[in-house]
Design a protein. Structure first.
Length: 311
């Protein structure tokens, strides 16, 4: 139940983030025993690069505290969608925080929203939708892959989010989202290889008051196909966005100050030749673009379906 709300103390069964360094984190379930390859229950000892942890010892520990490992220490944190995205078991390609923040903003997702998502994949984005729509909203998430559906369902329940999400196994490009979801959604999100085929079903699923759609496409050709389908299905204000996160490198630098007094007086033959040599330097805080940065992830194609009377 560790995603459902703030908690003080780790309870047995909680999903816990073991934070070693900013680039080294693990999620573990706080259970005393696990099954080994021979299907026997054994003491759960988790190995990290700073040594081993007896997982049983986490139960009762305050979130945020430092725990001893055999060759160092780590902090135990309550998971949130951002930490989960960095540590979750990948079953597919996943979406990351920079794209997700734009998706949530563009879809105007808020507490109480009804959101439809396909494919569920590894559930990275789903956890952000769930945080944004809880406590009263609902996420309907679809994937045609049986194991991914089962695993996602199991994770949502284990994370205490089961009441706000329904996971269904279906090919949404062939079968749509089902008649039971006609006119119920505030927003639809697509992360599929052929999203244009699901666009007509998305139009059916959005509320009569209208709603928003967003589709993630790794290549521009796919996003063009989506734009075309959106236009045919009555969507308006179609936009294509690419999110690129640029980290500014902020440094204090010594910048030479030029001696410019010679500009004010007439230059004579006897003036020294080194007038332009910097004599003084000043410290400035500077900001420069990084030499390398995370590159292209995908395009976000966004559109609005107007209310029924205006379609
Ligand atoms: N956004 C997800 C990742 C989705 S990966 C995340 O952040 O974790 C794309 C998923 O779409 C895959 O799991 C794949 O099984 C599913 N998929 C592809 N085509 C589909 C279709 N026609 N209907 C339903 N699911 C589909």
């Amino acid at each position: 139940m560790s995603f459902a709300g703030p908690k003080e103390i780790i309870a047995e069964g909680d999903t816990v983030v073991l934070y070693l360094t900013p680039a080294l984190m693990h999620t573990i379930d706080a259970v005393p025993q696990i099954r080994n390859k021979k299907n026997e229950m054994i003491e759960y000892v988790f190995q990290t690069s700073f040594g081993a942890l007896k997982v049983r010892d986490l139960v009762g520990v305050r979130y945020g505290s430092r725990v001893q490992l055999t060759k160092g220490w780590a902090h135990v944190l309550q998971p949130n969608p951002e930490l989960w995205t960095q540590t979750l078991p990948h079953r597919t390609q996943i979406l990351y925080t920079p794209d997700i923040s734009m998706i949530l903003y563009q879809l105007e997702v808020r507490p109480g929203s009804v959101v439809i998502e396909s494919g569920t994949g590894s559930g990275s984005l789903s956890h952000y939708f769930l945080r944004a729509i809880r406590p009263s909203g609902h996420l309907h998430t679809f994937d045609f892959h049986e194991e991914r559906v089962a695993k996602a369902r199991e994770e949502f329940v284990a994370h205490g989010l089961g009441d706000n999400v329904t996971v269904r196994q279906r090919d949404v490009c062939e079968q749509g989202f089902g008649d039971e979801l006609n006119g119920v959604a505030d927003a639809v999100f697509l992360d599929l290889p052929a999203p244009q085929l699901a666009v007509p079903y998305a139009a059916k699923a959005l509320k009569n008051e209208g709603g928003r759609i967003c589709s993630f496409s790794p290549c521009i050709e796919q996003s063009m196909r989506v734009c075309e389908a959106l236009g045919k299905c009555g969507f308006i204000e179609v936009q294509n966005i690419e999110v690129l996160q640029v980290e500014d490198c902020v440094r204090t630098r010594n910048v030479p100050v030029m001696e410019l007094d010679f500009l004010k007086t007439k230059r004579t033959e006897t003036d020294g030749k080194d007038m332009k040599t910097p004599r003084e330097s000043k410290k400035y805080i500077t900001s420069t673009a990084p030499n390398t940065m995370a590159g292209h992830t995908g395009y976000l194609t966004i559109a609005e379906l107007p209310p029924l009377f205006a379609r």
